[in-house]
Design a binder for this molecule. Structure first.
Ligand code: GUN
Ligand code: ZN
Length: 408
């Protein structure tokens, strides 16, 4: 049993987080008490100036890309062929994949991330190894074997039947609703034939597994999809293959028409906004406001390794900055804190993540800022987000276990 106290980050106020003094009790893997009011004088973690937050959730990242962050200066399609595909080829070695997964997860936990929606590579044994490592690590999430059968190096492409058989076997080993589950992961329409996309959609309806892919990240990619699919537009390519469901997370969604947004809204699919990756690859600035106004479900992701920030707090800040650069309507810090916790949990369909509440898994972050963030005139959540220092993270709990102890 441990008591964590300080300012609690609470998510019961619409789409904004708020803070209130109090404490959280954790026992075993669960939160067993959340009390607002007094901060007890005797605490295992925290203190009057600490923030106790639900663990952050990253809804779009690539595990094999953690050691190639920073390949700057190329647009998406060149970045994929020159740097990313060669990096992913290293996952043909399952031991390499396993050890890289462990490092990547440790880096996530070090910045407070306790939930992920992640891509592995096309390699089946390495995808299973990544799921196994993530399970042992205590991370919440989904990981998917990347499906590709064209427009990628030959040694990263597989026959459609093999890919679907392997994806089905992965789902059988890590079924939906487990703490760590397999996701159906067609990389994007460019690298999948329409047969492969349809087979992936069919597998998704049979298994109810989550689906993740990319959509409309760059103009060149959208034009290529149009060419490859005889003029059918990007959203319709996925729709025709039954890939747009309320269990679908679509990375990016920058170059979308008003009709695309309506179709996405009606499908219940989620767009994972990845602001740092979009500025890094100069893909464009996503029009988050229009998506929200049109009722499209939105999440937020780091998109490591096109994204260069592991910290979801920094990605939250980038979301605010991207929106501010587009105009006067931008999310508040309280909304950004909500997004990286409860908002992303809801986008993933995880009722058991993202909030400090009794009965939930103990996925928590203890943050000890070295600034007087609760006592001034500035909005404390804005102050924390903009003055953010990763060294403030004192401990991350994954399912009740300290991240510093997961290696032992
Ligand atoms: N589109 C297809 N694959 C990728 C990828 O690995 N990263 C990004 N940012 N976009 C993609
Ligand atoms: Zn991506």
């Amino acid at each position: 049993m441990q008591i964590l106290g300080g300012q609690l980050l609470l998510n019961d106020d619409g789409d904004r987080a708020r803070i209130a003094p109090g404490f959280v009790r954790i026992e075993g893997q669960q939160i067993t008490e959340v009390v607002e009011g007094e901060i007890p004088s005797s605490l295992d973690f925290g203190g009057p100036n600490a923030l106790i937050a639900p663990g952050f959730i990253d809804t779009h990242l690539h595990l094999p890309q953690f050691d190639m962050i920073g390949a700057h200066g190329m647009p998406l399609l060149q970045w994929l062929s020159d740097v990313t595909f060669p990096a992913e080829q290293k996952w043909s070695n399952v031991d390499f994949a396993r050890s890289m997964t462990r490092q990547a997860l440790q880096q996530c936990a070090n910045v407070g991330t306790t939930g992920i929606c992640a891509y592995a590579t096309v390699h089946h044994p390495s995808t299973l190894a990544a799921l196994d490592e993530a399970t042992m690590f205590g991370m919440r999430g989904v990981i998917g074997q990347v499906l590709m059968n064209r427009n990628a190096p030959e040694n990263l492409c597989r026959e459609s039947k093999q890919l679907i058989d392997e994806a089905a076997a992965t789902i059988q080993a890590y079924p939906p609703h487990g703490r760590m589950a397999a996701a159906i992961t067609p990389r994007f329409a460019v690298s999948c034939s329409s047969d492969l996309l349809s087979a992936a959609g069919t597998l998704a309806s049979q298994t109810r597994a989550m689906i993740q892919t990319h959509i409309a990240e760059t103009k060149a990619e959208c034009e290529l999809v149009n060419d490859l699919f005889d003029g059918v537009d990007y959203v319709n390519v996925y729709q025709q293959s039954y890939l747009l469901t309320e269990r679908t997370v679509l990375g990016h969604g920058i170059h979308l028409s008003p009709q695309d947004r309506i179709n996405l809204r009606d499908s219940g699919s989620v767009v994972a906004h990845c602001p740092t990756a979009n500025s890094f690859l100069r893909s464009g600035a996503m029009d988050r406001r229009s998506l929200v106004d049109d009722g499209v479900r939105i999440a937020l992701g780091s998109d490591i390794g096109a994204g260069y920030e592991r910290s979801m707090v920094r990605v939250g800040r980038a979301m605010i900055e991207t929106a501010s650069s587009r105009g006067n309507v931008f999310p508040s810090a309280a909304q950004a804190w909500h997004q990286i916790t409860a908002g992303n949990a809801d986008a993933m369909g995880w009722s058991d993540s993202g909030r400090l509440a009794v009965g939930r898994p103990a996925d928590l972050v203890v943050i000890a800022p070295d600034i007087p963030w609760t006592s001034g005139d500035v909005d404390p959540l804005a102050m924390l987000m903009f003055a953010w220092d990763d060294r403030w993270i004192k401990q991350t709990f994954l399912h009740g276990r300290k991240a510093t102890e997961t290696q032992s």
